[in-house]
Ligand binder design. Sequence first.
Ligand code: DMJ
Length: 934
Amino acid sequence: MSEPGGGRGFGSSVPQRAPWSLVAATAALCLVSATSVWTAGASPMSREEKQKLGNQVLEMFDHAYGNYMEHAYPADELMPLTCRGRVRGQEPSRGDVDDALGKFSLTLIDSLDTLVVLNKTKEFEDAVRKVLRDVNLDNDVVVSVFETNIRVLGGLLGGHSLAIMLKEKGEYMQWYNDELLQMAKQLGYKLLPAFNTTSGLPYPRINLKFGIRKPEARTGTETDTCTACAGTLILEFAALSRFTGATIFEEYARKALDFLWEKRQRSSNLVGVTINIHTGDWVRKDSGVGAGIDSYYEYLLKAYVLLGDDSFLERFNTHYDAIMRYISQPPLLLDVHIHKPMLNARTWMDALLAFFPGLQVLKGDIRPAIETHEMLYQVIKKHNFLPEAFTTDFRVHWAQHPLRPEFAESTYFLYKATGDPYYLEVGKTLIENLNKYARVPCGFAAMKDVRTGSHEDRMDSFFLAEMFKYLYLLFADKEDVIFDIEDYIFTTEAHLLPLWLSTTNQRISKKNTTSEYTELDDSNFDWTCPNTQILFPNDPLYAQSIREPLKNVVDKSCPRGIIRVREESFRSGAKPPLRARDFMATNPEHLEILKKMGVSLIHLKDGRVQLVQHAIQAASSIDAEDGLRFMQEMIELSSQQQKEQQLPPRAVQIVSHPFFGRVVLTAGPAQFGLDLSKHKETRGFVASSKPYNGCSELTNPEAVMGKIALIQRGQCMFAEKARNIQNAGAIGGIVIDDNEGSSSDTAPLFQMAGDGKDTDDITIPMLFLFSKEGSIILDAIREYEEVEVLLSDKAKDRAAILKDPEMENEEPPSSENDSQNQSAEQIASGSQEVDLVDQESLNSHPESLSPADTDNAASISPSEQNSNPTENHETTSLDGECTDLDNQLQEQSETEEDSNPNVSWGKKVQPIDSILADWNEDIEAFEMMEKDEL
Ligand code: DMJ
């Protein structure tokens, strides 16, 4: 499979690791030592099968990389559905996510070191030549400093690290003369103006050509950045300094880290999600280990590993202790407020936190890593992929999945630490799911909605930088990789930096030692992590015994609101505070509690009820705090309910040659016609109607008879179009948007409303496609003439499509009716008020769902929707397991606080005016969280 790794034998350009650097490498080494000695509960995987899976990963990489190079390069990314390059400015803007694209062939640079890991040395050599020949780093484009650092600077440095390693070996890259490093240095200098702030925290964006602030730069007015954005620079910047001897990069990255450390919330030792780069004030005070913070923690620990600087370990350990005290509620990791860390800030988790078990392995804390990983794996088994966000009761919160690698990363590190073949099986499932659900003829497409299986025209560069590396390494034996992976550390983008950098060019002044800012508790200063060699061989069933109790945690859970409630209320025998989900506006006892909490109920003229809280009117500070929590829960419940009142998106799956079910388009449903969630799929060939707008009797009934008619949006009501094609004998209809270039990637999906009259006569299914998705079908007709599609609520398994074209033995439709897709999300109320949608059941607020258009009527009948979260809860709680889990979590919370005498949040009686001040901040933070993008 590959040539043997060989000895290290580095010559002059690659210094030998000095004895001192072994200290720096300790943490990295302790996670890789158990593999060879381990046999665990799951049956071991044979060498043949591991090789087979490794080869499968290679083939998948070729499919992704080959299509990028053939159809997209030199563009930044491949659009795998339309099979072309994504060029910024030529596609509708997707907002912040486009800031990763700098017209610098992002995917090629991000893939460089993956090529070497996958033993594609020849391709690596070609790729490096292309980067040197084609890539321009001086474009007039505004890019994200964070993304450019981790993907481009990291990619160039990873490429350089492996180029010099190969050159040293004497076969490949003999011509190489540090050219990638020179490019990295050029890019480093381009990023430096971003640090021109009083705090030393970088601006979030920079213009590659014009820098910051100048009018032509079109950036530099931002005031906030995310903690991860400012705190994920040290590995790349320090590597650049140490490779080149230019100390300025490491100095700037250290300064930013020092500032963040100084600004941590001093009592909880947590950091918020966003910070003002000028004042250093926390803008978002919620704190977790996922989006917005994740790699800040990762880089503290890894900076210690790479640079051997104790202060980074000291900081990491201090934060880690706080994370385990407040955020970790195994198997969950839930955001809290930095200044009230016993108060959960969310009832959902984001997919980015899936990297955390991997980091815990590096830290040497294996048990919680196994627990969280197992919980995540069960969510994946339920939805095939990890949705961008999911609730504490494991329902989908945001349904996309852009092929993120974090779970594969943690799986790899857990396998390295435990050697448990269970993790190989997990990796095998990831491979199967990618091939089954994400693979399209031209690459791999992100999931638009894990519930429907629909795709997005997107293949992010991190998919090549990270996913294939981790999956390949998971199944690789030492001899399958041409160098010793243990001599390198992975950056957050999985780029490889050599550990010998710790002893090279150490001219940076380290005056920033933590003692300058704080006195640290020595007990937090764990110098080493547990040695897995000692830990595991004594108990081969260790990992399995930790996973076992969590086996059914997803299936047997039931909807639940915020988990952690103030524990001391229960211990003192007081009644638990009123939860928003239990509230009944007709219950006098509830109204009394509301009053105590300072919450007043205002009956609006239109029959709705509005809640307003004035903390000053609460009976006590504790009641005011309960009121605050109640309001937050109510906002979330109301927002959730609005989402659930909408019909979920549908899927149009192209099943004919050469698609064979691989391309799945996200479609909007109709409020009339056949309900695809209740009936089996409709399958048929497509035909365009004449007239194309379908607004009058069709002149080509013979063409659409028995087929699925394509109709253009506009000029009459959707229902009218449906009647016309139905009368012509069509078995279904697809309305295609007439706004050219519109796409479900950029516009919120909506439902096609009726015409205000009785629509019972419409019996065929109708779906809506935006123009971009519609043109995929129209292009297919032009190219292949006969195009067959499947209209359904969820993409069908490809094997079943091919085997059973008539779909006689269709499974009953999925009963899953998770919350609506993210784009339809709305925030329920203003900062201090909540409008309830109904006085009693919270579910009868008529909601206008359609954008203004002649086609769209305004409202749906909510009575048809089963969207009451309270009902959901009651139904599901019949399962005894739910109570157990809640109790378990409650017990955990209590034990946690019992055993921790330092925890005083919620116990102190806070003065009312400070509660008032906090309260406003909390509401603001909550709203920002909901609006926040990953
Ligand atoms: C990657 O670009 C990096 O891993 C980053 O730290 C956060 N997430 C994306 C992939 O999901």
